[in-house]
Ligand binder design. Structure first.
Ligand code: IVH
Length: 672
C-alpha cells in the first residue's frame, strides 16, 4: 500500500515532468484535463497532510502578497551590459579587436535572439529555486522570488543531477498575444494600458501581489550561466546552454553555434527576417564567443564583456514631433486623419507620415498638434502614431477638429450620427477620391497592374491623361514618353503591365471596381454564377440575393451599383477599351486563389489525406500552411489526436477550429 507521502511524491514528479513537457519543451504528452486531475489529487492530499507541503511542490507557485518594498538583492557577480553594434562593419571591427588580443580569431561564436523583456537572475541551491531577482543596476537588484515562482516555465526544482549552486540569467517576456489580451482586459476595467510587451512584462514582474503576476502569462528564456558550483566542467557557452536545458530550464531554440563571422551574419539575417513571425518581441541578436577559455582571456571593460556584443535590429518605435494633422479622402469618400511628422528613422526607413486611423481613435489617444509622439513601424505595417508623450507637453499643443469642408474639392464633410467615419460629399468630383479609386483599381487587391502605383497615377492625373479606370487602357506610349523618368524601357514596362490586366478573371474585375460589400469571396461567387459582368449588371436584385453566400445587403449594394448610369458607362468604356468582361473558362480553373490570405495549421491525423497533402492543398489554393498557432493563424484544422497545446492556444486566441469535414468543404468552396 502506498502511503500519502509516497503518493504525494509520485504526483509531484509526474506534474513536474508534464509541466516541463508543456512549458519548456512545448511538447505535452497528456491533455490539460489529465494534468488537472493529477493536480487536484495532489491539492487534496496536501490539504489533508499540510505538514507534507514543501515549497517546490507544483501547488506552491502562487504565494501571498509581499511587503511594500521588494528587498534589495546584492548580486554575487555583477551583471554587465552589452556593447551594441548596428552594422556588419562593426562586427568586423569587433572581431579585429579580439584577434589583436588573442593573436587569432575566437574559436567559434554562439548567436542568440535578444529578447525584449526584463533581465532576471534565478538562483538554484541543490536543485531548488531559492531566489529570483531583477537585474537592477547590475550590482543590486530587487527580490522578486514570489513573482518569478508564478511563471510556469521557471522550474521550482531542477530535473536530473542538480549542481550545488547555479545562478542563471535570463529574460522574462510577455508574448504578443498575452500583451494584447492584457491591454484588452485593462481597457475593459478602465485601467492603464501598457505601451509595449516589455513594459507589460516589467510591470507584471514588479507586482506586490504574486496572484496578479500569475494571471499575466509570462515566459522566460535563460541565456547565461552566472555561477556554477558542484556541477560538470563545461568548455563552451553553447554546451552550457544544453546543460541548462537538460536541467529543465528553457533555452531559446533559435540559438545557434557557428564557426565564424560569416555564420554570425547569416544567422542575424535569418533572425531579422523571422522577426515578425515570432510570438514575442526580439530586438536583436546577441553574439557571444563560444569558447569559455577565449571568453576568460578576453575579459571585460568597465561596463561590458569584450567577448559579446548585441547586434541591434532597427528600432521600431521612435519619438518625434507631430507637426500637423491632415486628412486623406479614400475611394469611398471616407475622411481619414493622418499625422505629418518631423521626419524620423523607424524600423529602418524614414517616416514622415503616419496613420491616425480615425477621428475617434485620435480623440481616444488625445493626440494634439505639436505633441511629441511615439511612432511605430513594424515590418511592412503602415507607420502609426501610438500616442503622445504627455509628460513633455508645453501647453502650446493644439487640439484638432475634422475640417468642415474637403481640402481637395471644397464640398462639405459630413459624419452621419451613429457612423464611425466622416465622408466627403463631393463624389467623383473629388480629386483625392479619384486618385484613391484609380490606385485601388490597379492595386494587388484589384486588377494588379504592374508599375501603376501612386507616383505614376499622380503624373497621369496631373497631365490629364486619365480620369477614370477605363482611361488606363486607352493610354498610348507616346503620351508618356519624354516625361521625367519615362524612357522607352519604363514606358514599355507599364504598357506590358496594362496589357496583362486586360484579361483578368471577372472576380478580379469585380473587386477592382470596389463595389461596397463585395470582397474576394463574394466576387468569386458572383463571377462563378454569372460569368459575365454585363449579365450580373442586368440581373434582378432577387436573383442576386438568391445566390449562395450572398445576402440581401450585398445584393442591394450590387444592384444599386449596377443601375447607376455612371457605372454602366464606365463598364461599357472598359469593354470598348479591350478589357474582357466575361470569363471564358469556368471559375473552377482559377481555384488557385480560393484561400488567399488564409493561414492554416494542421494538427492530428486526417482520414482522407496525410498532413503534407492537407498542407499542399492549402498552398495550391493560395493559402499558407504553418506549424505553430499564432495570432496570424486563420484556422486550426484538428484531426484525430490533435496536439493539445495547439488546440489550447487556438482556443485562447479565439481561432476557429475545423474538423476534417469542415476543412474538406473549405478546400472545395473557400470561405463562404
Ligand atoms: S547576455 C554578459 N543574452 O540584453 C552577458 N542578454 O544589454 C550579458 N538580453 O540586460 C547578457 N537577450 O536583458 C544576453 N540572449 C541574450 C539576451 C540578453 C536579451 C538582454 C539582457 C541584458 C541586455 C544586454
Amino acid at each position: 500500500m502506498t502511503t500519502a507521502e509516497e503518493r504525494i511524491e509520485e504526483l509531484r514528479q509526474q506534474l513536474r515532468y508534464h509541466g516541463y513537457r508543456y512549458h519548456v519543451l512545448d511538447e505535452p504528452e497528456i491533455s490539460d484535463t489529465q494534468y488537472d486531475v493529477l493536480l487536484r489529487e495532489l491539492v487534496k492530499l496536501e490539504e489533508e497532510n499540510p505538514l507534507l507541503i514543501t515549497p517546490d511542490s507544483p501547488t506552491q507557485r502562487v504565494g501571498g502578497p509581499v511587503g511594500d518594498l521588494f528587498a534589495p538583492v546584492q548580486h554575487r557577480r555583477p551583471l554587465f551590459s552589452l556593447d551594441n553594434v548596428e552594422a556588419a562593419k562593426e562586427l568586423d571591427a569587433w572581431e579585429l579587436r579580439m584577434i589583436r588580443q588573442l593573436g587569432r580569431p575566437p574559436d567559434g561564436y554562439s548567436c542568440e535572439l535578444k529578447i525584449d523583456g526584463l533581465a532576471v537572475v534565478i538562483t538554484y541551491e541543490n536543485g531548488l529555486l531559492t531566489r529570483g531577482a531583477t537585474r537592477g543596476d547590475g550590482t543590486t537588484g530587487e527580490d522578486i522570488t514570489a513573482n518569478l515562482r508564478t511563471i510556469k516555465s521557471v522550474p521550482l526544482r531542477l530535473i536530473g543531477q542538480a549542481p550545488a549552486l547555479l545562478e542563471v540569467r535570463g529574460e522574462v517576456y510577455m508574448p504578443f498575444a498575452a500583451f494584447e489580451e492584457l491591454n484588452r482586459r485593462q481597457t475593459e476595467a478602465g485601467l492603464r494600458i501598457f505601451a509595449n510587451p516589455r513594459n507589460a512584462a516589467a510591470g507584471s514582474v514588479r507586482q506586490k501581489d504574486p496572484g496578479i503576476t500569475a494571471t499575466r502569462d509570462l515566459g522566460v528564456w535563460v541565456y547565461q550561466v552566472g555561477l556554477l558550483e558542484g556541477g560538470p566542467t563545461i568548455k563552451r557557452h553553447s554546451e552550457q546552454m544544453e546543460y541548462l536545458n537538460g536541467l529543465g530550464l528553457r533555452v531559446n531554440p533559435a540559438s545557434a553555434a557557428v564557426k565564424d563571422l560569416d555564420g554570425v551574419k547569416a544567422n542575424i539575417e535569418r533572425a531579422e527576417k523571422a522577426r515578425h513571425d515570432r510570438e514575442y518581441q526580439t530586438d536583436g541578436v546577441v553574439v557571444k564567443v563560444d569558447s569559455l577559455s577565449d571568453q576568460g582571456e578576453l575579459g571585460y571593460t568597465s561596463h561590458a564583456p569584450r567577448w559579446a556584443v548585441a547586434f541591434k535590429f532597427p528600432a521600431e518605435e521612435q519619438v518625434t514631433r507631430l507637426n500637423n494633422i491632415q486628412i486623406n479622402i479614400g475611394r469611398t469618400g471616407a475622411a481619414t486623419p493622418f499625422a505629418v511628422l518631423e521626419p524620423v528613422f523607424v524600423g529602418g526607413a524614414k517616416v514622415s507620415f503616419a496613420t491616425l486611423h480615425n477621428e475617434d481613435e485620435l480623440r481616444r489617444k488625445d493626440v494634439r498638434i505639436g505633441d511629441q509622439v511615439i511612432v511605430r513601424r513594424a515590418g511592412d505595417v503602415i507607420p502609426e502614431v501610438v500616442g503622445p508623450v504627455v509628460s513633455v507637453r508645453t501647453g502650446d499643443e493644439q487640439e484638432w477638429a475634422m475640417p468642415a469642408t474637403c481640402p481637395f474639392c471644397g464640398n462639405p464633410i459630413v459624419r452621419p450620427s451613429g457612423e464611425k467615419v466622416a465622408r466627403c460629399t463631393g463624389g467623383y468630383t473629388c480629386p483625392s477620391r479619384i486618385r484613391e479609386w484609380l490606385f485601388h483599381f490597379a492595386s494587388r487587391g484589384g486588377l494588379d497592374i504592374e508599375g501603376l502605383g501612386y507616383k505614376t497615377i499622380d503624373l497621369l492625373l496631373k497631365e490629364n491623361l486619365i480620369r477614370d479606370p477605363a482611361d488606363i487602357f486607352l493610354l498610348k506610349p507616346e503620351q508618356l514618353l519624354g516625361y521625367e523618368g519615362w524612357g522607352e524601357v519604363s514606358v514599355n514596362k507599364l504598357m506590358k503591365g496594362i496589357d496583362g490586366a486586360r484579361h483578368r478573371p471577372v472576380a478580379r474585375l469585380l473587386m477592382a471596381l470596389g463595389i461596397r460589400h463585395v470582397g474576394g469571396t463574394v466576387a468569386r461567387v458572383l463571377a462563378r454564377n454569372y460569368r459575365s459582368l454585363p449579365r450580373l449588371m442586368d440581373a434582378a436584385e432577387e436573383d442576386i440575393a438568391g445566390q449562395e453566400g450572398v445576402g440581401p445587403v450585398i445584393a442591394a449594394s450590387v444592384h444599386e451599383w449596377s443601375i447607376d448610369p455612371d457605372n454602366r458607362a464606365l463598364v461599357d468604356k472598359l469593354g470598348a477599351a479591350g478589357v474582357s468582361l466575361e470569363d471564358e473558362m469556368p471559375e473552377e480553373t482559377h481555384a488557385s486563389d480560393l484561400l488567399q490570405g488564409v493561414t492554416v495549421v494542421v494538427t492530428g491525423t486526417l482520414n482522407s489525406m496525410s498532413r503534407e497533402q492537407a498542407e499542399a492543398a492549402v498552398v495550391e489554393r493560395g493559402g499558407k500552411a504553418t506549424s505553430g498557432v499564432s495570432k496570424k493563424t486563420s484556422f486550426l484544422v484538428a484531426g484525430e489526436s490533435p496536439g493539445t497545446s495547439k488546440v489550447t492556444k487556438a482556443e485562447e486566441l479565439n481561432i476557429p477550429i475545423l474538423d476534417e469535414a469542415a476543412f474538406v468543404e473549405m478546400l472545395d468552396k473557400g470561405l463562404s
